[in-house]
Design a protein. Structure first.
Length: 469
């Protein structure tokens, strides 16, 4: 490809897309093509640590492959382009394990610089023959990287401005959900991404965190026709199947007419299965078939009805423990566990407590035609509470305050007696995170910011302590 044609393509990339990931794909594809390489990689500097953002081949397909970290370290150190005629004999790289394993011969790597800042690296290589890249390749990729750096910075800045605008637009909440803390901002972002797809959703959160509110916000941002909530825990075992799947007149004693089920009512929409773990095992098997095949059969009928329903399920229970005890079907869990939304408990977003308290105060002042306000001491008192019942407990407390103009002292449970030690706080936090991530220790260690080895040590330590009399 002509050098000017390739550089023109980079400029076009810079002005035609502001999506960071799409831009990186286009830049790397042009770099591979312009250098006549077999494959390429782009690494981005994220807080001083270089992470691999994209790896592709000459066919413009994403690949999973290793690149020479020795070359990357050299770029980071010298901040200068690297060109090697044959990496297998080059004294700088011949002992690198990745070079030996992949038999890479020709390598060209260019730093992405913005002023004095090293923002990333473009790396292309080939195992076909040695000497594939020349000084002209180096000149091309150097010019190329200068334009790519500008394009990347523009796209990244646009993405940040877009995110900041989104946060400012949200103000103190997100639809019916109130909160502005970092954990809630992450939740709001996930809700928006979840709403863009049609995959099943599993909402996990303690009692009182607002699982139905999250489900409704997903619905409001989805292009679907219906939202049908099903409160599984309130339906008797004998009625849940007729409610979910419908029935034909005469199917049982009280079936005096044909009735469509909730799945039919939710056709082309969302069915929200609140407290899904309360669904009986016998019904779970039938529910799984509906979710797999999109087919419903009313009780007393042989006719199959096709439905297109997006399931959104929620629970406050440890599903993995229920599966181990044989109380919940593992195959149904994995059918629902496609997009997982974790709602943080109130204790993990204490900065939102004054915001929530004033939100509920305004609501109940309006209901009772009052004009009561909080003192600073009351707000401080609220911020110190444990709120085991989460947002629902806070709302009830504010409701009571508006009615009685008094904040009662916090009720102590057996867990609250005496002073809580740092070890107890740490143990409770680890247990909570393990529940959130379904027992996945790698994700738990990452969320806590500790090495996996340290997490295993702490789990072992607390298990021994709990066994002691």
């Amino acid at each position: 490809m002509d050098i000017f044609e390739s550089l023109y393509d980079v400029i076009q990339n810079m002005v035609s897309t502001l999506d960071v990931e799409e831009l990186l794909k286009r830049v790397l594809d042009n770099a591979i093509l312009g250098a006549n390489a077999e494959r390429g990689f782009i690494l981005i500097n994220e807080g001083g640590k270089f992470s691999l953002r994209i790896a592709r081949n000459i066919d413009k397909k994403d690949i999973e492959a290793e690149l020479s970290r020795t070359v990357i370290k050299e770029i980071m150190k010298e901040r200068k382009p690297i060109l090697t005629f044959d990496a297998t004999v080059d004294p700088r790289f011949k002992n690198a394990p990745s070079i030996a394993m992949s038999n890479v011969r020709s390598i060209c790597a260019i730093p992405l610089l913005r002023g004095e800042n090293l923002i990333g690296v473009i790396y292309v290589d080939s195992s076909r023959k040695r000497g594939l890249f020349s000084s002209d390749t180096l000149k091309f990729l150097t010019l190329f990287s200068n334009l790519a750096s500008i394009a990347f910075e523009n796209a990244k800045n646009y993405s940040q401005l877009k995110e900041e605008h989104k946060i400012l637009k949200r103000g103190e909440g997100f639809g019916e959900i109130v909160g502005e803390s970092p954990p809630m901002q992450r939740l709001f972002n996930l809700i928006e991404k979840t709403a863009e797809s049609d995959c099943p959703v599993l909402i996990l959160g303690e009692s009182g965190t607002g699982k139905e509110l999250v489900a409704r916000e997903i619905y409001k941002r989805s292009k679907v026709n219906a939202f049908v909530p099903v409160y599984c825990g309130s339906l008797p075992e004998g009625l849940i199947e007729s409610e979910l799947f419908g029935y034909r007149k005469g199917a049982f004693t009280d079936a005096t007419r044909d009735k469509e089920g909730l799945f039919e009512a939710a056709d082309e929409g969302i069915i929200f299965l609140d407290e899904m773990c309360d669904i009986p095992l016998s019904t779970q098997a039938k529910l799984l078939r509906v979710l797999q095949n999109g087919e419903v059969r009313r009780l007393g009928e042989t006719k199959i009805r096709k439905v297109k329903v997006r399931p959104v399920a929620a629970t406050n229970k440890d599903v993995q423990s229920l599966i181990k005890r044989g109380e919940f079907r593992e195959d149904l869990y994995y059918r629902l566990n496609v997009m997982v939304v974790h709602i943080p408990p109130l204790r993990e977003r204490r900065g939102d407590i004054p915001l929530l308290a004033n939100h509920f105060l305004e609501r109940y002042n309006k209901r009772y035609s009052k004009n009561i306000s909080f003192t600073k001491d009351i707000v401080r008192n609220l911020e110190k509470r444990l709120f085991r019942g989460n947002v629902r407990e806070l709302e009830n407390l504010v409701h009571r305050f508006v009615v009685t103009e008094d904040i009662p002292p916090e009720e102590k449970t057996s867990l609250d007696k005496g002073l809580i030690t740092l070890e107890e706080i740490e143990q409770n936090t680890i247990e909570e995170r393990l529940r959130q991530f379904g027992g996945n220790k790698k994700k738990t260690s990452e969320s806590l910011g500790i090495p996996l080895r340290t997490l295993y040590f702490k789990i072992s330590k607390y298990n021994k302590m709990n066994r002691e009399p």
